[in-house]
Write a protein that binds this ligand. Structure first.
Ligand code: AMP
Length: 225
């Protein structure tokens, strides 16, 4: 009976943190362990860009420069989120957080946990430059050629498709712009969620041997307690 109750308890989780801190990795592992779906706005955009959909063509204008995609396009992507969701890459501004609160409120739900990942800046830039993603839009696996390389160079372990560097990771101007936007628009969310009492900050750094997979393990352990 208690086991069943535990399994039925679902949480809405947000992944917060600058680019390259491992949000996608942590979200993916928590999703695998809980069965709760991961919604990554960045992944949805990249899939649409590779399939050249209308949404993709529009979003690419912003993404290629490292800018945020306007809310009219981005907010509807999370409107259908059901109880038990791991949001990765949304919200990215106070405005988006307030809109999300309204969406959830209408369904009688709320954000239960915000995992804020913090990584030293030099490490972040290095991690963006060494990040590789699977080109298969159905797969979206992520690697790091230094820290977490695929078994066979340039090939995805999960699906065998070629790996590539994200366009916005190979352009130094786009990297710079994304980090500026993070500081200016996204970092105020740390305070926003701290005030709501749902913030959990975790340092992810090779220097303390604490990586995304460790954070995911610890969070899953606490969720299942
Ligand atoms: P990510 O994979 O999360 O780094 O997202 C890649 C890019 O998609 C970002 O640099 C933005 O241009 C865009 N994007 C993703 N999520 C959002 C969001 N919540 N609001 C606006 N733009 C977003």
């Amino acid at each position: 009976f208690f086991e069943k109750r535990k399994d039925e308890r679902k949480m809405n989780i947000i992944m917060l943190g600058a680019q390259g801190t491992g949000k996608g990795t942590v979200a993916g592992l928590i999703s695998e362990n809980t069965g709760w779906p991961q919604i990554s706005t960045g992944d949805i955009f990249r899939k649409n860009i590779s399939e050249k959909t209308e949404l993709g063509v529009e979003a690419e204008k912003y993404i290629s420069k490292g800018n945020l995609v306007p809310d009219e396009i981005t907010v509807p992507m999370v409107e259908d989120a059901k109880n038990g969701v791991i949001l990765d890459g949304f919200p990215r501004t106070i405005e988006q957080a307030e809109k999300l609160d309204k969406i959830l409120e209408k369904k009688g739900e709320k954000i239960d946990l915000v995992i804020n990942l913090v990584t030293p800046k030099e490490e972040i830039i290095d991690r963006m430059l060494t990040r590789r993603v699977c080109t298969n839009p159905e797969c979206k696996a992520t690697y790091n050629i230094k820290l977490h390389p695929p078994v066979k160079e340039g090939i995805c372990d999960k699906c065998g498709a070629p790996l590539k560097q994200r366009d916005d990771d190979s352009d130094p101007e786009a990297i710079k712009r994304r980090l500026e936007i993070y500081e200016e628009k996204t970092s105020p969310l740390v305070e926003y969620y701290k005030n709501k009492g749902v913030l959990r900050t975790e340092t992810v750094s090779i220097s303390i041997n604490h990586m995304g997979k460790d954070v995911a393990e610890e969070v899953v352990r606490d969720i299942k307690k």
